[in-house]
Design a protein around this ligand. Sequence first.
Ligand code: ZN
Length: 188
Amino acid sequence: MKLPVYNCFNPILREKSQKVEVFDEKLKNFAMNMLETMYAADGIGLAGNQVGDKRSIFVVDEFSGDASKKNPMIFVNPNITSFSDEESDYREGCLSIPRYYEYVTRPEMIEIEYQDLDGKNQKIEASDLLARVIQHENDHLNGILFFDKISSMKRTFAQGKLRKIEKNNFEIHYDMIDKAGNYIKAVE
Ligand code: ZN
């Protein structure tokens, strides 16, 4: 089941996530719904609060656009334990900030500890795009959006675009929830 995506002006995007304590079928179903929502929206990552859930969970698939390479990954209660000194720039987008893209500087490599859907502890190293999308989604769980990380000058230039999102003055191919909690139907 696809879920509506909350836009960046809805207060839930600024809330810190809460630890997942119960690992049951409902959690698995929710994670599957998150993946379905992410794929349908052509995203490569999606965090719980982006679909209105405060639990500490995000899903990622860096190969989202390539059916032959799909590699869904689910992170519960994640904790990034180390960041490389090397950084890189990449133009990021966000399903909660439709049609807005900007370069963000982030560490190139990370190590992350998390739990899987069975509550088992896991740990991986990630680099390049995977490291980037994990950091972007992990930021969501801390109430941080990627435009918080760009220069204030770039943010000033983006004001017009952001105001359009705030006023729902855009067309997008997935359902959204706006600043005030209204349901905004996708454009077919
Ligand atoms: Zn995002």
